[in-house]
Write a protein that binds this ligand. Structure first.
Ligand SMILES: C[S@@+](CC[C@H](N)C(=O)[O-])C[C@H]1O[C@@H](n2cnc3c(N)ncnc32)[C@H](O)[C@@H]1O
Length: 298
């Protein structure tokens, strides 16, 4: 089975405005689709560093002298680039979220299609997993996860139902979780609600929102002036953070004004929001929720 079919491939790499001798980073290597396209556009003296926290992605490493793959979380972007002797870069690409491979391997527990142990870790080194979230989080914390990351109106009732059920037996598998929550999953909206529940648990397990913030802040620090940031996100929580950061250089509040009364912001946004066209979505259903934003450091 194919590891991952890259989304918005040309558009996101175009967004990097690649300089043949530049240094670039692909922080979400996966099956390497975007990395291969970046390497195509780099000259012999260019350099590409890629990150993926999933050990499975290492099998896709590209045999190319200009390429280095780092098996770490991109929240440590600055640290591991420095470790490789790099303090600043010309462009950074992020294609957030989960790869098709991660969805397709039943044991990883990401997909609503299979029964599996409650896992959902993107990195095998992660201490937190879905079992711990479901079985050890208190009522208040569970409610927060479903509300903040699943945007589920029924979050309080979902949390209460889980807490009551696990008093009888620990909840060990995704099917057990689905059974316990059956009354919240009427046939008509079952897939939608399940997707929201899984998304919420997955974001918590992988601390995706905190990690994304750390990544964006570090990107700003290490990009050279006129360096490009190209980010594809797959749900509104991510996209909101990316949009605000590219616009204001911060996640909340308003940036300061300069001497002339203009907002002092670190990026210039490049073009408008880009979404896949109908032809791409037809070929690759996973592309349907993708949103690409591009910015250039001032
Ligand atoms: C959507 S896939 C990327 C696919 C890739 N662009 C391609 O063309 O094959 C996201 C990948 O990023 C990795 N990933 C997600 N969050 C990460 C993080 N915080 N640090 C490092 N890798 C991460 C996942 O393990 C997954 O392999």
């Amino acid at each position: 089975m194919e590891y991952h079919n890259p989304v918005l491939l040309q558009e996101s790499v175009d967004g990097l405005a690649i300089k043949p001798n530049g240094i670039y980073v692909d922080v979400t290597f996966g099956g390497g689709g975007h990395s291969k396209e970046i390497l195509k556009r780099l000259g012999p003296d260019g350099k590409l560093f890629a990150f993926d926290q999933d050990e499975d992605a290492l099998a896709n490493a590209l045999q190319d002298e200009r390429f280095v793959l780092i098996n770490e979380n991109f929240r440590h972007l600055k640290r591991f680039l420095r470790f490789n002797g790099v303090k600043s870069v010309d462009g950074i690409l992020g294609d957030l979220g989960v790869s098709s491979h991660q969805f397709d391997v039943p044991e990883r527990g990401f997909s609503t299609r299979f029964d599996a142990e409650l896992d959902m870790r993107m990195s095998q080194k992660n201490d937190l997993n879905a079992y711990k979230v479901v079985n050890e989080y208190d009522d208040v914390n569970l409610k927060r996860v479903f509300l903040d990351y699943g945007e589920l109106k029924s979050a309080p009732a979902l949390a209460r139902t889980i807490v009551e059920a696990r008093e009888v037996h620990p909840i060990k598998t995704t099917d057990a979780l689905k059974d316990i929550l059956a009354k919240f999953l009427p046939e008509k909206v079952r897939n939608k609600i399940l997707a929201q529940i899984y998304q919420a648990i997955r974001i918590e397990v992988n601390q995706e929102m905190d990690v994304l913030k750390e990544f964006l802040e570090q990107s700003l620090e290490i990009l050279k002036p006129e360096g490009r940031l190209s980010v594809i996100s797959y749900h509104s929580l991510e996209d909101r953070l990316v949009k605000r950061f590219m616009k204001n250089g911060m996640f909340e509040g308003e940036p300061e004004k300069d001497f002339f009364g203009n907002f002092s912001v670190p990026f210039k946004t490049v073009g408008k929001l880009i979404i896949p066209n109908a032809a791409e979505i037809k070929l690759n259903n996973r592309a349907r929720s993708a949103k690409l934003r591009i910015a250039q450091k001032k």
